[in-house]
Design a protein around this ligand. Structure first.
Ligand code: BGC
Length: 790
């Protein structure tokens, strides 16, 4: 059972807690309390093993393909968290004996996981456990575990079987060769393994230290080496009230790390360097190392984002901090060759692959608050042009067609072909997204545009951005299909964001976004050719732009963009959606777990019903709302929301933002709450496969783009705050053209402070403002001037 109210004093709204242990419901806490730093993610499985546990350690970028018939995925590394404990020979497990006062907590502020409880063994031995764990934000390779055991009134012998266990897999797929195991000085345990296909070397080292009543225990462990397993067994006697502390420090290095991924790399370097590093770390010990880690969190995260809300319901603030915590641990800020997986680094779901989730739901957080990291994520897509060009060519198109699912940048398309069971035929359902869900290409370009407009980072554009925009426009130009009868270009046979409609023609979102992509290429072409002719000439030589430009002009002009139909100004989601049959969706709309529609229909049948998995056209309004009138947005929001089951976690936050734009404050707030509960809610099973990274980005988006009303509209910064009535105020710092800009919003006023005293211009409810220092704007007055402004 989850509890969010246990943080007291200066930890109020910082602590996510589980107050009851259930061996049948392990997944949620393993996922939502996972630890990480963008380099690696460690699922928070307990030290002692349970049947249904999922023990995961992922290191970003280490993709491997187990078999020709499978797609590449992030391999589950060897485990260092499992520690088998025996008390007077009895196995320690919370399923045996009696457990009192159990609490497991993730402290979001310090990014430390703790577990506290008293355990009475079946034979009546009482022990008090306090276990802590962190994955350092300061030294990205480091994992620390500390276990304190306070003995009760009986003398006991306690043993710890601990080390490195490589008997791991991803749902059965084994990604590593057996590797080498070694124990140095009866203390330092090392495992070096190589992935089977991508040939990435991984070195894991671990060391233990025991202290009894404050004094180090020099005990001789028994050395153990099994197949894919190496470790030590320590046995220690405890007298009544003795206090024993065990520390386990581990590090992880791979040949994919930038410092090793060089032509003269040799495995010996990796072994030696990682071992020496751990020897050094072990001199500091857990307590010192975690202090540096706390500091890193304070400086790099909490001080930087400076985001607070003052709400009547304190859960809102906790949810936002939870979002910032996860946005930090999921993001490989250290390496621009890596992206963010849809389940981040928290579980085997979606295999560590990156989707449009990154560019539409996560990256905006960085673009608006930490542009350096946004640049790194965009560079991942720049390197991904190799894979995107490969995919375009394989499909008979020109330019760059981004993969729906991406792994290592050069891999190209990695979406699996077969998925869940078809309840009618009993066969596997084919996953079409990898073939025909194509909007991701322009979603990435939209993110480039947003980044460039927010930051003005010309260097990025010269080195990467223009090439991405031009080559994707080339793809779209070759992708469009001429319709002779209508005398216009169409985009046929696609899946739009709503994955419950496959093989549709002219999905509105896809067409509008492709149009945006083409128009952006045209506009950048014109600016570059006029303003920097020599640079333009170079790009032209590389990408033959002149000829493409003529195509873009003509094709963008003739691309069909679905318009609101006359009777109710509803825009057809695609050519057939509005003609499909309608059914009573009440039960599915009120479902308490997603996907119940598939208890009654298979995908083929769902394709023929007016029902949507997630926001489709509504995402378009979120991304390009300024191109549509408020009446059109309202009519479409009402029409499509009633048909949307929010079966994808990407859906609720978008609807929350739009509801807020439309002045539906109650609805917006309740959708925001539901979005926050996707991972934090009471359902103990929904996060088993991993957290929902995009929905976590969505919590931030609903707060900042929604309630604070901060948006980039037509190249301009716009701030139309509409705080929920339960919120007294909020503050945050965004970055605009290289300058931090701090906002403080109450129900009555908006204060804007240009932190570097550089002039900024922005709009509030349709009125332009500028400030070089600090300005306070009364919201009601601004709002009355332009009631209903989006
Ligand atoms: C959604 C996609 C999303 C993917 C990964 C799917 O269920 O329909 O929009 O990209 O999950 O999160």
């Amino acid at each position: 059972m989850m509890d969010y109210s246990l943080g007291k004093g200066n930890l109020e709204n910082w602590v996510v807690s589980e107050t009851e242990f259930s061996a049948d419901k392990l997944g949620k806490v393993e996922s939502i309390m996972y630890l990480g730093n963008g380099y690696m993610g460690l699922r928070s499985a307990t030290e002692e093993p349970y049947l249904n546990e999922v023990r995961n350690l992922f290191v970003n970028g280490t993709f491997n393909k187990f078999d020709e018939k499978e797609v590449t995925e992030l391999p589950n590394m060897a485990d260092v968290t499992r520690i088998d404990i025996r008390v007077d020979g009895e196995r320690f497990s919370l399923e045996l004996g009696e457990t009192r006062g159990y609490v497991r907590q993730l402290n979001l502020k310090s990014a430390e996981l703790t577990r506290t409880f008293e355990w009475v063994s079946p034979k009546g031995k009482e022990l008090h456990f306090h276990i802590k764990r962190f994955v350092s934000l300061d030294n990205l390779h480091l994992i620390g575990i500390q276990m304190e055991v306070e003995n009760g009134q009986h003398p006991v012998e306690i043993s710890f079987n601990t080390g490195i266990n490589a008997q791991m897999n991803n749902n059965g797929s084994q990604h590593f060769h057996e590797g080498d195991r070694r124990i140095f000085d009866k203390r330092f345990v090392q495992l070096v393994q190589t992935t089977t296909e991508s040939k990435i070397d991984v070195a894991i080292n671990t060391v233990h230290k025991f202290t009894k009543n404050g004094k180090e225990v020099k005990t001789e462990p028994v050395m153990q080496m099994d197949r894919r397993k190496v470790g030590l067994k320590y046995t220690i006697s405890l007298q009544p009230n003795d206090n024993l502390t065990m520390e386990k420090l581990t590090n992880v290095y791979t040949s994919r790390d930038k410092e090793f991924d060089k032509p003269n790399y040799h495995l010996e370097q990796l072994r030696e360097h990682s071992l020496q590093d751990l020897r050094k770390m072990s001199e500091s010990g857990y307590n010192l190392l975690i202090e540096v880690h706390h500091d890193a969190w304070q400086q790099k995260v909490w001080n930087k984002y400076n985001l607070e809300i003052n709400s009547e319901d304190s859960f809102d603030l906790l949810a936002l901090r939870f979002a910032l915590y996860h946005l930090t641990v999921m993001t490989p800020a250290h390496d621009e060759r890596m992206g963010i997986g849809a389940k981040a680094l928290s579980g085997e779901g979606y295999k560590g692959h990156s989707f449009w989730d990154t560019e539409v739901f996560i990256l905006p957080f960085f673009t608006f608050t930490n542009p350096e990291v946004a640049k790194s994520l965009l560079k991942y897509r720049y390197y991904g042009l190799v894979g995107a060009r490969k995919k375009a060519e394989e499909n008979g198109y020109e330019g760059a067609m981004y993969p729906w699912e991406a792994a290592w940048p050069t891999d190209g398309e990695v979406t699996p072909v077969w998925g869940a069971v078809d309840i009618i035929t009993g066969k596997q359902t084919k996953i079409w997204s990898g073939f025909i869900e194509q909007h991701i290409t322009s979603d990435i370009v939209h993110a480039v545009y947003q980044y460039f407009t927010m930051t003005g980072d010309q260097k990025f554009m010269d080195e990467c951005g223009y090439e991405m925009v031009f080559d994707t426009a080339k793809f779209w130009a070759s992708r469009l299909e001429w319709n002779e009868e209508k005398q216009e270009y169409h985009i046929n046979n696609v899946v739009g964001p709503d994955e419950y409609k496959e093989h549709v023609n002219n999905n509105a979102f896809t067409n509008y976004m492709a149009h945006f992509n083409l128009k952006l290429a045209i506009s950048y072409y014109e600016i570059l050719s006029k303003q920097t002719p020599s640079w333009f000439a170079e790009l032209n030589k590389k990408l033959s732009l002149e000829e493409s430009y003529q195509h873009w002009l003509y094709k963008a002009e003739k691309l069909y963009l679905p318009e609101p139909r006359e009777e109710d100004i509803v825009i057809p989601q695609d050519d057939t959606y509005l003609q499909l049959k309608e059914i009573d969706l009440t039960n599915y709309k009120n479902q308490d777990k997603v996907g119940t529609l598939f208890n009654d229909y298979n995908l083929e049948q769902v394709n023929k019903i007016q029902v949507s998995k997630q926001a489709d056209i509504n995402i378009l309004f979120f991304m390009m709302g300024h191109a549509f009138s408020q009446e059109v947005i309202r009519a479409n929001f009402n029409y499509y929301e009633s048909k949307t089951l929010h079966d994808s976690s990407l859906s609720l936050s978008t609807h929350a933002i739009l509801a807020n734009d439309l002045g539906e404050e109650q609805l917006a707030y309740s959708l925001f709450k539901k979005a926050s509960e996707i991972d934090l809610g009471s359902s103990m099973l929904s996060s088993d496969e991993g957290i929902h990274a995009a929905s976590i980005g969505g919590i931030w988006q609903a707060t900042v783009f929604g309630f604070a009303g901060v948006r980039l509209i037509d190249g301009k910064l716009r701030i139309n705050p509409r705080l929920p009535k339960h919120w007294n105020d909020m503050k945050l710092t965004i970055h605009w053209k290289g300058q931090p800009v701090s906002l403080f919003i109450t129900q009555a006023t908006l204060s804007v402070k240009a932190e570097n005293q550089k002039k900024i211009e922005f709009e509030v409810f349709g009125k332009s403002y500028e400030c070089k220092d600090h300005i306070v704007i009364p919201i009601e007055v601004a709002r009355e001037c332009k009631e209903g402004a989006l």
